[in-house]
Design a protein around this ligand. Structure first.
Ligand SMILES: N[C@@H](CCC(=O)N[C@@H](CS)C(=O)NCC(=O)O)C(=O)O
Length: 195
């Protein structure tokens, strides 16, 4: 199995984290997220969005989108609930991650890493969006150990990826007590690997 990967990308890290938790072996190929010049040749037949992570299964079939890759590999494991409602709740939080969390928190972090100076109004909108996402997580996690049920699922992996490095995008994550305790719970899962 081959993972087109990037070392600082949280979306790619989600896949590496699940693989490590499940003891799944794979090869990785580093792809720059800044130099896009060879993207079409590299990923053209594999990922409609030409982005990473992109996974190629042993039989050659490709799979794109970090959260779809998580669901595929979590099938049949403790990380994907079998109960219909809990499974839908896990997806609910993954869609939240892709619409309300990642587009704000990951983008601010990326701009900081790439030393991109955004329009201040655009940066403020991203910051406010990210803050709203963190506040929603904090409310949900207050009195709970994990996002769905009483154990870690793909929803926790998806949300952990960019939350644990949100300070790199300017968010004061220490302000969020329930999120802090949850980050620690994920960090101590057997097989955990850092970004
Ligand atoms: N929704 C996609 C987002 C993938 C994504 O944005 N990947 C970034 C790295 S985190 C990337 O490939 N950036 C380079 C580019 O957009 O060309 C996912 O969850 O996999």
């Amino acid at each position: 199995m081959l993972l087109y990967d990037n070392a600082i990308s949280g979306n790619c890290y989600k896949v590496r984290l699940l693989f490590s938790l499940l003891g799944i072996e794979y090869e990785r190929r580093e792809v720059s997220v800044i130099d896009r010049s060879n993207r079409a040749e590299l990923l053209g037949d594999l990922n409609p969005g030409l982005r990473v992570p992109t996974l190629v299964l042993d039989d050659g079939r490709p799979l794109a989108e970090s959260d779809a890759i998580l669901v595929y590999f979590a099938e049949g494991t403790e990380y994907l609930p079998t109960d219909r409602y809990e499974r839908a709740q896990a997806l609910q939080w993954m869609f939240f991650e892709q619409y309300s969390h990642e587009p704000n928190i990951a983008v601010l972090r990326f701009w900081a890493h790439a030393e991109i100076k955004p329009d201040p109004r655009e940066a403020l909108a991203k910051f406010n969006g990210g803050l709203a996402a963190l506040e929603a997580m904090e409310r949900h996690l207050t009195g709970r150990d994990f996002f769905v049920g009483d154990r870690a699922t793909v929803a926790d992996i998806a949300l952990y990826a960019y939350t644990h490095v949100a300070d790199e995008g300017g968010f004061e994550i220490a302000r969020f007590e329930a999120i802090g305790a949850w980050l620690e719970r994920v960090r101590t899962l057997p097989g955990y690997v850092s970004i």
